[in-house]
Design a protein around this ligand. Structure first.
Ligand SMILES: [Zn+2]
Length: 46
């Protein structure tokens, strides 16, 4: 019963500067270093 892949609709962002990941990004700005967050969910092939 363990999902192998992320469910669709789950937002996942990763900071391009420090690598911090978050599921809840309000303004696409890293709360740790102020870097830019990238949406990993969109990088997946649909
Ligand atoms: Zn960061």
């Amino acid at each position: 019963m363990r999902p192998a892949t992320q469910k669709s609709g789950t937002e996942l962002y990763e900071c391009f500067d420090c690598g911090r990941r978050t599921e809840h990004a309000e303004s696409l700005v890293c709360t740790a270093c102020g870097g830019e967050l990238w949406n990993l969910s969109q990088s997946r092939d649909l």
